[in-house]
Design a protein around this ligand. Structure first.
Ligand code: ADP
Length: 172
């Protein structure tokens, strides 16, 4: 039987606990033999964290998951998934506001790559409001006054370090 591969695409700019929660949930499903977390490169949208930094974040948190690999791609997600033998694209649904865009994208992806399905997963309610943009706003505007404990509610330790480096530390 062929290996079942899931693709989890995203910007991960930066990685949050919501992303990690999804990776953990997909892993526990035991449906897939392999999960490829694929960093999408969008040439029209300069990232806050470099590709290397985002790979470093993902590698640090996915160490306990032997079946997870990290990759990068540019172009269409559906094409990438098809080329890599993906049976499913994993997407997260946080709030209602995610739904319309995700629904349209999933149907478009199906048109492009009919063999690849989209699997939606909901995070733990603790992370349902969390986005990379919000995290950066908090780190940037909160600067020194926001504690590591607060940031750790939002992002993994490796990302706290990188946020501090970029936007200032509690000591500065
Ligand atoms: P994109 O630009 O592709 O939306 P993101 O890195 O923002 O990239 O998100 C990647 C995927 O992870 C998306 O499916 C998004 O819905 C999901 N995601 C982002 N944040 C969360 C969260 N807090 N909980 C669950 N899923 C999330």
């Amino acid at each position: 039987m062929s290996r079942k591969i899931a693709i989890y695409p995203g910007s991960f700019d930066p990685l949050t606990n919501g992303h990690v929660d999804l990776i953990d949930r997909v892993s526990k499903l035991s449906v897939f033999d392999e999960l490829i977390v694929a960093i999408g490169i969008n040439p029209t949208k300069p990232p806050r964290f470099s590709l290397e930094e985002r790979i470093e974040m993902l590698e640090a948190v996915t160490q306990p998951y032997p079946h997870v690999t990290i990759d990068q791609y540019s172009g269409l997600t559906a094409q990438y998934a098809q080329e890599h033998g993906g049976a499913a694209i994993i997407r997260g649904l946080r709030e209602f506001s995610d739904f319309e865009y995700e629904f349209q994208t999933a149907l478009m992806n199906r048109q492009i790559a009919p063999q690849v399905d989209t699997l939606f997963m909901m995070p733990n309610i603790r992370y349902a409001h969390l986005s990379s943009t919000l995290v950066v706003q908090v780190a940037e505007m909160g600067g020194g006054s926001i504690s590591d404990e607060k940031l750790l509610e939002m992002v993994p330790p490796v990302v706290v370090k990188m946020l501090r480096k970029k936007y200032g530390s509690s000591e500065s």
